[in-house]
Design a protein around this ligand. Sequence first.
Ligand code: GTP
Ligand code: MG
Length: 204
Amino acid sequence: MALNLNKTELRISAGFIRQFPTDPMPQIAFSGRSNVGKSSLINTLLSRKSLARVSSAPGKTITINFYDIDKKLFLVDLPGYGFARRPLQDKEKWSALTDGYFTKNPNLDLLKLVVQLVDSRIGVTEDDRMMLDYMSAAGLPFVVVMTKTDKLNKTERNKNLPEIQNHPSVRGAIATIPFSSHNGEGKDELWREILTASGLTGKN
Ligand code: GTP
Ligand code: MG
């Protein structure tokens, strides 16, 4: 691994576009509906228990969290979407910040890959489809991670995973990766995609 994962810190929880870091480091963004397992996935990647906050009540503050990994890479935790009971002003804040990251971000060229999380039990939701179609239209490279595979039995796994992989909005993905924060499935494969996209392979 080209990165020292012990040198990880939350650089900033940004509530406004002007707070986005400007360091010339590649960025990998994580996108998905609220409760899909985004914070757990980031903790699993970093072998941490609680760097990214895992929530029992979905939602709370709407920020984009930038994790600085060894001064070489930013993991960018985008705010979760699709939480129906959220007040309208939360949705507006979500849109302003997330749209801002993708369309008003002066450092968008540093974004090398979007990791789109889809709950393997639920499949591609309408909100997921919109995010995926947005990334395809914008020409952003993305991988699809199918989360919480430990919750599927064999029959569900054989049905749900191909259904997600064959979804029209998923076909443009660089890879589709079954993932579990509980048993580590998919962790190495996702790291490979991240390092390749960031141009960090082969270095020590
Ligand atoms: P928000 O920050 O609220 O948008 O949620 P999130 O997408 O960051 O999800 P989070 O990681 O907080 O996980 C939500 C819930 O799902 C928690 O109760 C986790 O323990 C659970 N969870 C996350 N990943 C997995 C997984 O791989 N397997 C199982 N069984 N549960 C998981
Ligand atoms: Mg979270």
